[in-house]
Design a protein around this ligand. Sequence first.
Ligand SMILES: [Zn+2]
Length: 463
Amino acid sequence: MYGVELMLLLSMATVCAGRGGSVAERNASYWLQQAQHQLATRLERMRDAGVGDMHMAKNVIMLLGDGLSITTHTAARILKGQYGGASGEESQLAVESFPYSGFSKTYCTDSQTADSACAATACLAGIKTNYGSIGQSEQGTHVNSILQWAQMAGKATGVVTTTRLTDASPAAAYAHVKQRSQELDIARQLIEELPGRQLDVILGGGLGKFASERKDGRDLVQEWLQANPDGCFARSLDSLHACSERNGSLLGVFSDNHMAYHLAAPVDQPRLKDLTAMAIERLAEQSNYGYFVFIEGGRIDHGHHETRAGYALDEMLEFDAAIETAMQLTDSRETLIVVTADHSHTLSMSGDAMRGTPILGLDESQRDLDGVPYSTLNYALGKWQSLNKDGKRENPAPFLSKTSYTPSYIRAKGAHSGEDVAIFAQGPQSHLFSGVMEQNLLPHLMAYAACLGQGVTLCNDPH
Ligand SMILES: [Zn+2]
């Protein structure tokens, strides 16, 4: 049915709109149809290859590492081993035991490099949109997220993050705004609208957007408690544990702004693995039909923006521990776990460092042209990038050519990068998550596996 329409849309897509991309890409329907087309093609190829299983995913856990680049994976793996006194390179992250992996293309409708808003909209709502928009197309059409699809199927749902709950990635689970900075409205949508007000578990930071920073005088936590008389509100690790004694919905907000980095956290701040365990255990009790939960390691990205690799890698290891917790608490025969990133970062692992070299230290085997040592990890964009021998940056434009060296640029903070990011999957239908795909296909694949939403699913697939 969508074949002819898609051909038409694809032909329109070749008509450039000046800024790149096509006019058709501004519509939600373009991306929804494109995703269904990708899904159909992928299913056909998997069938032809004899790959796959017929098991439906009762539960889906999507774990998103914000800014989790491939280099971050590698460097964090080495750091994990070195924390344990080993050489490091041979160490393993939790996702390395997953049977399938792939890549997603993260560009947005108007940008080569994604921000968390458009990327999370792709990951959770199945459409690409413009930089900064959440839960709606570039033209402004609202789209439901997979959490809403899951609620309509009777599943329990949850959102967990280490950032403000109203930050771009978690917001894409439940909100619709043109600009990610509209966080006071995002908080209102979480409490008032669907699917936010029907979430069974909400855990993260950013209490200010719900009360003290509001200009309308509302206290959204109190409003949530009034709407959820059986609900439990937690502000610390202890009060989170106290909530485990009770049934009902769970709201935990552990900081006024983003939760503190694990390296700088107060003792009463829960770790991401604590939040993950609490969410999975609670959601498993909430519905006989299973659950969908979105869990974000949100501050990997912030460490990278500060160009402080040590923080980013430590946050990655916190995310790794959360993945391990999710694996331990679930049965891979009924729970699909998908791990991915929204976008990459410019961290690189450079030089010829010897085996076992401390990953946060110097590449001892080489010097730069001035005989000055350099670190193994560095950022292409960042505030502490090496300068020329006079300590000043020159305009590189006159020197650039097809064969010239590529300079490093200095700016106030680190920046995202636009290359593909990794996807890892385990559980029912995890074979679908292999190869290279557009990022907005992800929720359609999860929906196929768990029989959610309006598209083709394992339960309605005529094959
Ligand atoms: Zn970022």
